[in-house]
Design a protein around this ligand. Structure first.
Ligand code: FES
Ligand SMILES: [Fe+2]
Length: 422
């Protein structure tokens, strides 16, 4: 569980760029295009912080697993024979072979295909043939990766000393997520999109809706395009949407109060290792779900919910994820860097475990809005990547609606500085 070494040759250049970052402005080009920054990001951010990798619904039974690549690491996330979620390094303790090769599957034991060393689902080495006398199997279990499930959202941390403030964050977001009972859902659909942009451009793009009005016609059927605007800054053309938003918000707050559901904004996106933002917010249209008309996409509501009109419980997590918990389904998003200019965005749609495909929900309707929105975002960030690579690029100022972008970048710069001073 050692962090990656920072590439020594670029230490001064990267440190200089980090030091001179102008608050309120986009980052300079090397942050988005250079392999040195990719290596630094993997070492300082992805190897040291809690990152979202999967949901419990992806590993419902003992032996079920998914493998996740984080830079050079491969992590096995699985449910062990005692039904606990574990994370293990996918590196054989004999000569290092990768043990599992598929992205997901189910195993009885973990058997390395090279010389058949065999591990139980908790990582214990059970069998290693033809060893010398005195060989102690108990010293060669698979290395464990720190793992936490918050209401069924699985986070891992590759560091030996994961940020301790995760406990506080988990305690504060749990009451928001709990009513949706993710642990009683199943995966209805999952989509991997490879976006041709640096992972930070992908995250920055997610943290604002400045581009939504023009760029996301399917999303803005229900997602108010006023996201990020202060009440007194709403452009005139968006005032009708804003009035609907205010009305829908009052109704949502009444419904939440009646059920004891929290909805107030908590925004601590920077200034702490585990930056996060949570809030329950109203949806436009029928106000139930992310569909063209805002009506629920699955007939079976989640958890014990007694109405589909619960808006969207939105959670943002630094560095790599965001979530929408709705009355009828949950959508999770994780972002993992593949190269300086290539990023995996994984979207997962979860419905109640009892919902029957084709009867209670139609996958095409369920996934349409975010399938289209992700494709549009993929095109936006690819264009941004092409632009920041251009010698003419210089960082411009963020608009007031881009506060959360600034928070993301501020958090990121804080993490790099802390890494440099460790
Ligand atoms: S490398 Fe896994 S058994 Fe030899
Ligand atoms: Fe977008």
């Amino acid at each position: 569980m050692t962090a990656l070494a920072e590439p020594a040759s670029e230490r001064r250049d990267t440190a200089g760029l980090v030091a001179r970052r102008l608050p309120g402005h986009a980052l300079e080009a090397p942050f988005y295009v250079s392999d040195e920054f990719l290596a630094l990001d993997l070492a300082a951010v992805f190897s040291r912080h809690w990152i979202f990798v999967a949901t419990e619904a992806e590993v419902p039974e003992a032996g079920d697993y998914v493998t996740i690549d984080v830079g050079p690491y491969s992590v096995i996330v699985l449910r062990d024979d005692d039904e606990q979620v574990r994370a293990l390094h996918n590196v054989c303790r004999h000569r290092g072979s990768r043990i599992l090769h598929d992205a997901a599957g189910s195993v009885g034991n973990l058997v390395c295909g090279y010389h058949q060393w065999t591990y139980s689902t908790d990582g214990t080495l059970m069998h290693a043939g033809q060893q010398a006398p005195g060989f102690d199997k108990s010293c060669f279990g698979l290395k464990q990766v720190a793992v936490r499930s918050v209401e069924g959202l699985i986070f891992v941390c590759l560091a030996a000393d994961p940020p301790a403030d995760f406990d506080d964050v988990a305690a504060r977001i749990t009451p928001y997520l709990a009513p949706h009972q993710l642990r009683t859902t199943k995966v209805a659909a999952q989509e991997d999109l490879i976006e041709h942009a640096n992972w930070k451009l992908v995250m920055e793009n997610n943290r604002e809706c400045y581009h939504c009005e023009a760029g996301h016609p399917e999303l803005t059927c229900t997602f108010f395009p006023t996201y990020g605007y202060a009440d007194d800054e709403i452009p005139k053309r968006l005032l009708p949407a804003h009035s609907r938003y205010l009305e829908a918000t009052s109704e949502l707050e009444r419904e939440c109060d009646a059920r004891g559901f929290p909805y107030a904004l908590i925004s601590e996106l920077s200034g702490r290792p585990t930056g996060f933002r949570v809030r329950r917010e109203a949806l436009d249209g029928a106000g139930e779900s992310y569909t063209r008309d805002g009506r629920a996409a699955s007939r079976i509501l989640l958890g014990d919910l007694d109405t589909p009109r619960m808006g969207r419980l939105s959670l943002h997590f630094q560095p790599n994820s965001w979530f929408h918990f709705l009355g009828d389904h949950i959508v999770t998003f994780s972002v993992l860097p593949l190269a300086a200019d290539r990023t995996l965005v994984r979207t997962t749609w979860l419905v109640h475990a009892d919902a029957v495909e084709g009867v209670d929900y139609d996958p095409a309707t369920l996934t349409e809005v975010w399938h289209q929105t992700n494709a549009q975002d993929g095109a936006f960030v690819a264009r941004a990547q092409a632009g920041v690579r251009d010698p003419a690029y210089s960082p411009g100022p963020y608009a007031p609606t881009e506060t959360d972008v600034e928070e993301f970048v501020a958090w990121y710069i804080e993490r790099l500085k802390e890494y440099a001073n460790r």
